[in-house]
Ligand binder design. Sequence first.
Ligand code: AMP
Length: 188
Amino acid sequence: MSMRIVVLGAPGAGKGTQAARISDHFGTPTISTGELFRSHIAAGDELGQLAAGYIDQGNLVPDDVTTLMVADRLSLDDVAGGFILDGFPRTLAQAAALDRILGDRPLDGVVDFEVQIDAVIGRMLRRAVEQGRSDDTEDVIRNRIRVYHEKTAPLAAHYRERGLLISVDAMGEIDEVASRVVDALEHI
Ligand code: AMP
């Protein structure tokens, strides 16, 4: 099944984990901008060095840089039959850029993972310990949540107006949430 999907949600909502589940279920590749940035950082290249300064503070990497990276990735053959975009767009400007990149093959749906913010913070602090991410200290997490509310949360209304939004209750066990998402996507 070919689907062009975006997953949205507050930091720590589990969208990365759920994107992987959707990917396994439908056989659709995932593109995670956070992962792409982290691999540039690990490679120590120019993009990685630029991105690290923003990521370590919990701020967004500038739209133009991020959009170019995503446009490059979306031009590869493996996503011709569909993709799950995790972590992009994160601003209204990126959403507009994504529309331009996709042209006459637009998105099929946008899954919004809804969580209670207090639970999210606890989940992220646990993940920080498990994964040792440099952007998972408490101050940085709080900034990421602030940035999410200011810049990314408005995307839900934007996609709702376009009839693309699929809201999913993301509180609960991973398997439970995954089956809600799969059910919802089977009906788009
Ligand atoms: P994530 O793994 O999706 O939580 O992303 C980790 C970090 O990468 C974010 O906190 C941002 O600093 C950066 N990042 C990821 N995606 C984007 C994006 N679409 N626009 C700007 N910055 C991004």
